[in-house]
Each structure stands twice: as structure tokens, then as C-alpha cells.
Design a protein around this ligand. Structure first.
Ligand code: SF4
Ligand code: SF4
Ligand code: FES
Length: 229
């Protein structure tokens, strides 16, 4: 089958001599047999480490779990600095975890039930593949948006019974945070771990409201009474 890869300076077509293969195996085939300058990232090769995320036909996938199809177009993740070919720099995007202060602010001793653990178990499965970040249309217009995975992690800690200062995190995700999300659900659609950042952001909005925050876009609307017509 033939596939196309967006390399640093050009699109290149490659013939893959397998009927069925994962994208990652095909990338290694090209590198080992046709062009050893092809550059991409991988580690675990089993959908665990999140290293190999790329876009196929415009949709984010893990290369090690995507079954290649005839004519697939392979591109690097969006909103990341491309270092070479499909390899991107994830360091700057990782800074969003710092911006959202997605950790326990003030640990308090408490007992935790199995049900409470289950509430944030899914969010804890994030493998930081950045697929959700690449899929988010808000980053197209606002590069400072904290983005889905950092907000999901912020939710994970605000929902943790051991957190003694929920407000500290909530305060830190108001600017370029929960209210900038359009709730489009693109992040949820691409997550290989079945995490639902859109729902987590909705939950964070609810918690924000409990601390007196509201949607600044809604506040900015000028309803102006009927005299405005
Ligand atoms: S739901 Fe929000 S965070 Fe997720 S992709 Fe859409 S705008 Fe981005
Ligand atoms: S939330 Fe899902 S898509 Fe986003 S970084 Fe984590 S594992 Fe990847
Ligand atoms: S190589 Fe680890 S998730 Fe694909």
C-alpha cells in the first residue's frame, strides 16, 4: 500500500510491502530499509507511553496502535514545535501542567472510599500523548489556552478528597482556562485512554461557580434592554 508522510520540507510517498500493519511498524520499515533519516518518536510500542502520537488523515492516533490503510496521510501533532519530520517537542506543551497547577495544593489527611477513587481513576490514566491538545480548535486562535489534558489533570486533583485547598487550583485555571473551552468534544473523541476532558472541564466550571466565578464571555454580553433594537 502507499502512504504519504509530511516530512520537514516536503510530502513524501512510500510503498509499504505489508497487507496489514501498524503505522509504527511501517515507519520502522521505512527507516530500516528505505530512508534512515526518517525521524519519529516511539518507546513502548504498546499504547502505554504516549510517545508516538501523530495525525493520520487529520485525526490524532497512536502510531503503535493505528492499523495502516491505503492512502493514509501521516502528519506531526499540531501546536507543537516540529523538530524533524514527525518528531515534535513536547516540553512547551508540558508547561500547561505548571500553568494549571495540576497537583495537590494542600494535602489533608482523610479516608478515601473506593467510590471516591473511582471518580478520578480514568483521569489518572492519562499517558500525556498530547493527542487532545493537537485536536483542540481553541489553540488555533489562542496559543495560551491551557488545553485539555492539563485541565483534566486539574480536575483530577480538585476532585481528590485529600485536597485541602481546591480554590488555589480553581483560581489558577480561570485565565486561558475553563471558560475558553468551547465544549466541542474533539479532545474526548481522540483520547486513546477513553478520558473525557470535555466533561472534566464542565465539572471544573461547576466548581468555579461554587467559588464565585462565572463565564466572562457571558458577562461581556451587552443585553442592553429592549431599547437596543
Ligand atoms: S472540548 Fe474544549 S478542550 Fe476539548 S477540544 Fe473542544 S475546546 Fe478544546
Ligand atoms: S487526556 Fe487522553 S488524549 Fe489527552 S494527553 Fe491524556 S491520554 Fe492523551
Ligand atoms: S510507542 Fe508508546 S504509546 Fe506508542
Amino acid at each position: 500500500m502507499q502512504i504519504t508522510i509530511q516530512r520537514t520540507h516536503e510530502m513524501v510517498n512510500y510503498e509499504i510491502p505489508f497487507e496489514s500493519t501498524t503505522l509504527l511498524k511501517a515507519l520502522y520499515h521505512i527507516k530500516n530499509n528505505e530512508d534512515n533519516s526518517l525521524t519519529f518518536s516511539s518507546s513502548c510500542r504498546s499504547s502505554v507511553c504516549g510517545t508516538c502520537a501523530v495525525r493520520v488523515n487529520g485525526k490524532e492516533v497512536l502510531a503503535c496502535s493505528h492499523t495502516l490503510q491505503e492512502g493514509d496521510l501521516i502528519e506531526p501533532l499540531k501546536y507543537h514545535e516540529v523538530q524533524r519530520d514527525l518528531k515534535v517537542n513536547k516540553q512547551k506543551v508540558r508547561e500547561t501542567l505548571r500553568t494549571s497547577t495540576a497537583w495537590l495544593q494542600q494535602t489533608q489527611e482523610t479516608s478515601i472510599s473506593e467510590q471516591q477513587v473511582a471518580l478520578t481513576e480514568k483521569q489518572s490514566d492519562c499517558i500525556l500523548c498530547d493527542s487532545c491538545y493537537s485536536a483542540c480548535p481553541v489553540l488555533e486562535v489562542n496559543p495560551n489556552f491551557i488545553g485539555p489534558f492539563a485541565l483534566t489533570r486539574a480536575y483530577r486533583y480538585t476532585a481528590d478528597p485529600r485536597e485541602g485547598n481546591i480554590q488555589a487550583t480553581i483560581d489558577n485555571i480561570q485565565t486561558n482556562g475553563v471558560w475558553d473551552c468551547t465544549l466541542c468534544g474533539e479532545c474526548t473523541a481522540v483520547c486513546p485512554q477513553g478520558i473525557d476532558p470535555k466533561m472534566d472541564i464542565t465539572m471544573l466550571r461547576g466548581t468555579s461557580a461554587q467559588f464565585g466565578y462565572s463565564d466572562p464571555n457571558f458577562q461581556a454580553m451587552d443585553f442592553g434592554g429592549f431599547g437596543g433594537f
